[in-house]
Design a protein around this ligand. Sequence first.
Ligand code: ADP
Ligand code: MG
Length: 265
Amino acid sequence: MVVGMSTKVSQASLLTLKNVTMIFGSQTALHPTNLDIPKQKTTVLLGPSGCGKSTLLRLCLGLMIPSTGEVIFEGTPVTSESALELRKKMGYVIQDGGLFPHLTAYENIALMARHLEWTEDRIQSRIHELIKVTQFPEDGLTRYPVQISGGQRQRVSFMRALMLDPDVLFLDEPFGALDPVIRADLQEDLKHMIQSLNKTVVMVTHDIGEAAYAGDHIVFMKEGRILQEGSFEGIVSKPKDSFVTRFIRAQRTVSLDKLLEGHAI
Ligand code: ADP
Ligand code: MG
C-alpha cells in the first residue's frame, strides 16, 4: 500500500466501489454504484446480457478507469498509474480462456512469472503445484491450446490466473463456451479448488444455477444498476423486484427446483 493513499474501507472487504460510473459515449454502462467485495468469499455478478457485469469486473481489474467515482483495492485506489502493479495480485479468466495459440500450456501459464524473471526452477515447482490443484494431466503441459479440449484449456487459463498466487480471482463467464457435461465437471472442480485455496473470487454469470452453486454473495444487476445483493437464499425468498422473479423463473430447471423448494419464487 502506498503511504498516505489509503482510504477508509471496511476491513472485511478486499475491493470497494464508491459511486462508480462508466459512460461510453452516450451510453451509461454503469450508473453510480457502491459495492463491497468481501474477502475470501465468492461474489457472483448475476444478470442478463448487457447489464454491465463485465464492465464492473474490468473496472475492478483496472482495465478501464471509471468515468466518475473510485475503485479501491486493498486500501489503494485503482488508477491508470497503480493498475499495472495492482494487477499482479489479481487473476483473470475470460470465457474462451484467452490463451496464446502459439504458446504451449506450460508457456502460457509461465508467461507472467517469466516476465517477472522468476527462476525456471521456481516456475516449474509452482506449475507442478497448480496441476495438482486443477487436476490437469502433466503430459498436457507441452501441448498447444488447439491440441487440448475446451475444458482442459480452461484449466490452463485458471493455472495462468493463479500462477502469481493472486489475492483475488476474477472469472468472466468462465464456463460459457463449454458443453454442459464438461461445464458441470469443471464447475464441481472449481468449487473444490476455491475452497482449498481460500481465495476471494468474483465471478460473472447469467446462469442462476451457477450463481446458486458457487456464490456466497450474489449481486443481481439490471441495465447498469445493482438491483439486489445478498445470499441466494435471501434473494429467492425476498426478490426485491419483479424483474428478479422473472429472471429466476425463466431459468428454472428440475435441479434448480430442489434449491428453490419452500421459497416464494
Ligand atoms: P454484460 O457483461 O453484463 O453482458 P457489459 O458490461 O459487457 O455487459 O456491457 C454493458 C453495456 O455497455 C452494453 O450495453 C455494452 O454494449 C456497453 N459496452 C461495454 N463495453 C463497451 C465499450 N468498450 N464501448 C462501448 N460500449 C460498451
Ligand atoms: Mg459480459
